[in-house]
Design a protein around this ligand. Sequence first.
Ligand SMILES: *Cc1c(COP(=O)(O)O)cnc(C)c1O
Length: 395
Amino acid sequence: MPGFEIFGKEEKKEVCDVLDTGVLFRYGFDQVRNNHWKAKTFEKMLSEKLSVKHCHLCSSGTAALNIALASCGVGAGDEVIVPPFTFIATIEAVLNAGAVPVFSDIDETLCIDPGALKEKITDKTKAVLVVHMCGAMAQIDEIADFCKKNGLILIEDSCQAVGGTYKNRALGTFGKAGCFSFDPVKTITCGEGGAIVTDDDKVYNTSHAFSDHGHDHKGDDRGLEGHEMLGLNYRISELNAAVGVAQLSKLDMILEKQRNFKNIMKNALSGVKNISFRSVPDPKGDSATFLSFFMENEEKTVQASKNLGNAGVDACFYWYINNWHYYRNFTHLHNLSSPAPLPLTLIKDLPDYKNINLKQSDEIMKRCLSFLIKLSWTEKELLERVDKIITAISL
Ligand SMILES: *Cc1c(COP(=O)(O)O)cnc(C)c1O
């Protein structure tokens, strides 16, 4: 990770196909597009790769989450259970649907803890939005079971886990809908882009229509299409999709490289005393974008993080204090800051986002360090890096 590290002639070729025709729109213009359908091609490739019935490519991972929530019927006043370790987009999408994000603890998989979900259910709970963080899976079987037993919709935010599997089944295909991101720093990129995948015909048809102002895309004449619902514009352009087609054809190679690098790092670090690795329910299905481990206590983790900085080891993250991915630092959420009042502020008994207590998650994240695995390293650079890491964390 990330896919932009390996841009080459393949991406250029796909983009030039589009530029040569001048058709940047994913629909219509059949006579002049020279048979290039980049968005459609990407959708076919991804659904085959994930063995899922439908895929709809859209403008971002955030858009995919918005589309998935709407298409699964999650809306105003519903509660959606979410993890505190994610990117804010997961939370924003729920808010944008008019629904209330309800945080539930993570476990040592760094994903939502199936055992903690029960406490969070109310008569308003509609869905669980599980996030497969940092390339690897939640305990998805248990979470899917829990949703089934309690009549809840399961949606997967797999934005960071494309290519990951659990017991040979693709992450993103366990729930009613799965969401992916192909933004500039993800495992594979479209520049900007996202996708929703589903086996459910209705969810797919709604997703496709919702992403394009509710147009049903039946028949050839855009002007005569039906529009059964209101939607928005979450379309992807053919230029972005073209980059994605080239990147997606490199996914297997990317995964193989990441897994190899991760094994090397893990083996070298396994001799270090008093660290324990992140729990990964099915190590074979880890997309291996990150290596994460836990130190003994907060104090040592803070010190190790400082040492790593001083030693010039880049791309390592102490999420507990990092501003991007942990609920404690979501100041925009704490204050529900928005350019205009959110519909949510009308809801009584709203969670007090500034004072949520997620002790189990805090205890885990206080001791957690994550290392991004880059594609552009040579094996020599990797080994030098591992040496520096070992020195920095041996306290
Ligand atoms: C990147 C990301 C998103 C949002 O994707 P964009 O394409 O950047 O909108 C959502 N959830 C998670 C977990 C992400 O990492």
